[in-house]
Design a binder for this molecule. Structure first.
Ligand code: NI
Length: 191
């Protein structure tokens, strides 16, 4: 399920290493934007609620067979490695499958990866807004072995957004927890 754009993302991530992040970054306006969604704990939350903190944003869905659990395990492990610096980061899991991912399902799912991971769902229109803002690839498909069901092919990138709400970097699928922790420390440790 690794889309071609993952290769592009890898190139983008390399272009946005911390050493260059303090310069005017042409990518800074490309990813991210306003959203208002339903958190798994019942709150309505907007991107602006997290100003002053970093947001670590991942898009996926609870029925994802392999990619999401891998990436969320890495995210959880990286945050643990960060120690106290992790307190400056709010991890968010935004569903690409709002039709099936209820707040209850999301809550049960996210808690197995990190205690502060917040699951977000919403109406199709609300999710579509967030998906567009983050340039997420999202396509429904019919599994060959279960034609009455559907899956959602989606890009598997983790976005780091700064305390100002602006894009900092992308972390591609396949990044180790150690590498991810190092990368995050490069941004978060300075704040
Ligand atoms: Ni997935």
């Amino acid at each position: 399920m690794i889309a071609r754009r993952e290769v592009l993302a890898l190139a983008l991530a390399c272009a946005a290493l911390p050493s260059r992040a303090q310069q005017a970054d042409p990518l800074a306006e490309r990813f991210g934007g306003p959203f208002t969604l339903a958190a798994h704990d019942g709150r309505r939350v907007s991107d602006t609620d997290f100003r002053g903190q970093f947001m670590l944003v991942y898009f996926g869905y609870t029925r994802c067979p392999d990619v999401c659990p891998d990436d969320l395990l890495t995210l959880g492990a990286a945050l643990k490695k960060l120690g106290k610096d992790a307190d400056k980061i709010q991890p968010l899991f935004i569903t690409v499958d709002p039709e099936r991912d209820t707040a209850k399902l999301l809550g049960d799912y996210v808690e197995s990866f990190h205690p502060r991971l917040l699951g977000l769902t919403g109406s199709e229109a609300e999710i579509a807004t967030a998906v567009r803002a983050y340039k997420v690839h999202r396509v429904k498909y019919t599994p060959a072995n279960d034609p009455k069901s559907y899956g959602v092919d989606h890009s598997s990138l983790t976005y780091l957004m700064g305390p100002d709400g602006k894009f900092r970097t992308l972390i591609p699928h396949g990044t180790s927890a150690e590498r991810m922790a190092d990368l995050l420390r490069g941004y978060v440790g300075r704040n």
